[in-house]
Design a protein around this ligand. Structure first.
Ligand SMILES: *[C@@H]1O[C@H](CO)[C@@H](O)[C@H](O)[C@H]1NC(C)=O
Ligand SMILES: *[C@@H]1O[C@H](CO)[C@@H](O)[C@H](O)[C@H]1NC(C)=O
Length: 197
């Protein structure tokens, strides 16, 4: 009887020690003991249910006239400039509620686009939509994608965001609303579909 109690106690001790050692190994390997990484509950960051929001805004590429918001900053060398490949343009374009340039301002699209295709007009777009209206004022979404401007609909990924759009993901669909061949100015309708908290 005493022998079997001793036996169980011994087993229990070995069991406890092995648990302790494996816990120690897990925390050490996971780096928690170093104090720079830890898992966090979503509620601690105030994150509630993920939402889906749709925006429709108009993006104005003003190239010509006295106050361009879209400025070429890199001109490709003549030898490689088939179709302008390599050209880079910096933008601070307004985003408005309606298709008219003077309709209500809702934000700005800041970033750049580059001619990234040697066989068609295919742009690499890299821009932040900085919202300036209502509760979205100060929040941003970041877009990076491929824009073949002569296609009817161009889809580009939303790769992140800030403020109300922390942890954002989603996509935008761009449709040209107006293109002025004389000045190069364009108005593009952007439909934004964004998941965020
Ligand atoms: C490159 O092309 C532009 C416009 O066609 C021209 O003005 C310029 O002189 C050319 N540069 C060289 C180095 O050939
Ligand atoms: C947006 O926020 C900025 C900075 O806080 C403020 O100056 C501006 O008036 C706000 N705009 C609107 C439309 O609320």
């Amino acid at each position: 009887m005493a022998k079997s109690i001793f036996h169980s106690a011994l087993l229990f001790t070995i069991f406890s020690i092995s648990i302790f050692i494996s816990q120690f190994l897990i925390t050490t390997i996971a780096g928690e003991q170093h104090g720079f990484g830890r898992s966090l509950s979503r509620s601690k960051l105030g994150l509630k249910k993920e939402k889906l929001t749709h925006f429709r805004v108009y993006w104005h590429d003003v190239v010509g006239g006295p106050k361009p918001t879209s400025v070429m900053i890199v001109r490709p060398p003549n030898s490689t400039s088939n179709g302008g490949f390599g050209q880079v343009t910096m933008i601070d374009n307004v985003l408005t509620m309606g298709p008219e340039l003077n309709s209500k301002l809702v934000g700005r699209s800041q970033g750049l686009y580059a001619l990234a295709s040697q066989s068609e007009v295919g742009l690499l777009m890299l821009m932040n939509f900085a919202f300036m209206e209502g509760k979205y004022n100060g929040s941003t979404i970041s877009i990076m994608g491929r824009n073949t401007v002569f296609s009817q609909v161009r889809e580009m990924p939303i790769i992140g965001g800030s403020g109300l759009f922390r942890f954002a993901r989603g996509y935008v669909q761009a449709r040209t609303n107006m293109f002025d061949f004389k000045t190069g100015d364009a108005t593009v309708e952007y439909n934004v579909y964004v998941l965020h908290y």
